[in-house]
Design a protein around this ligand. Sequence first.
Ligand SMILES: Nc1ncnc2c1ncn2[C@@H]1O[C@H](COP(=O)(O)OP(=O)(O)O)[C@@H](O)[C@H]1O
Ligand SMILES: [Mg+2]
Length: 178
Amino acid sequence: MKSGLVIWFTGLPCSGKSTLAHLLHESLKGQDVPSEIFDGDIVRQRLTKGLGFSKKDRLENVRRIAFVAHLLARHGIVSIVAAISPYQEARDEIRKEIENYVEIFVDCPLDVCQSRDVKGMYKKARDGEIQHFTGVSDPYEVPSKPDLVLKTSIEPQAKSLIRILNFLKEAGHIDIAE
Ligand SMILES: Nc1ncnc2c1ncn2[C@@H]1O[C@H](COP(=O)(O)OP(=O)(O)O)[C@@H](O)[C@H]1O
Ligand SMILES: [Mg+2]
């Protein structure tokens, strides 16, 4: 069996991280590649419950996710993370710590993310009901060296999935037919 890896989706809220992470998860499952998904929204209810959205807490949030994702990866599992992870400092730290780390920047313009507003959070942030909301009242540092960039405002989901799978195959991370 191939060794595991950590695939980390980073991007603004509503950029498409969860959508693509789930598509990838389903695709890998269908090809008998063991994988697990760490979705920021869910992780924050359990593993990182109690953490807020200050820079310090956001760093701690991704550090804990990285720790568990790495443990699974060491056992041959593909850990798929979907978390905003807005700070370059945190992403650099993860890359240093995890040898098989693939960073995917889900790149979508803020105005498109705002118009998607899947959970109505952007509106709440603009109305001042939520503080420290990434893209509105909190920073998102564009990744300086992502392994893959997916432009979800112009590329259909299915196309992005194919590009992810192709990248993983070409980089020798996974061994699947198509
Ligand atoms: N090409 C695309 N890739 C991913 N999501 C897309 C794309 N086009 C439209 N969407 C939509 O954008 C929304 C993204 O939401 P979500 O995946 O929850 O974002 P995030 O997890 O980054 O906050 C979904 O409603 C999804 O259907
Ligand atoms: Mg999400």
